[in-house]
Write a new protein. Structure first.
Length: 113
């Protein structure tokens, strides 16, 4: 079963920064768009940011200008740099390949006021 390994996250005050990492198998990393999704309590899971194999990116309107998704082809890893964090960014963050893979456990991001 293909698994993506998520890491990073934690507790930070509003205005702070965090970086999430997603390690993918090469077969997935080279071909599939990889994205970060999040799910807050009582809300649906939503796409936060996505990057394809060519480096094209797209972002949810709520994070534009604050979050940056990038990829390191040498280590098959996608990063999500989150700056100027807000309490409403609090959620469990997941990595997936266009929602085609089973969801992992995700990483908790908590932003205090």
């Amino acid at each position: 079963q293909v698994q993506l390994v998520e890491s990073g996250g934690g507790l930070v005050q509003a205005g702070g920064s965090l970086r999430l990492s997603c390690l993918a198998p090469g077969s997935i990393f080279r071909i599939m768009p990889l994205g970060w999704y999040r799910q807050a309590p009582g809300k649906q899971r939503e796409l936060v940011a996505q990057i394809n194999s060519g480096g094209y990116t797209n972002y949810a309107d709520s994070v534009k200008g604050r979050f940056t998704i990038s990829r390191d082809n040498a280590v098959n890893t996608v990063y999500l740099q989150m700056n100027s964090l807000k309490p409403e960014d609090t959620a469990v963050y997941y990595c997936n390949a266009a929602r085609t893979l089973p969801w992992g456990q995700g990483v908790q991001v908590t932003v205090s006021p």
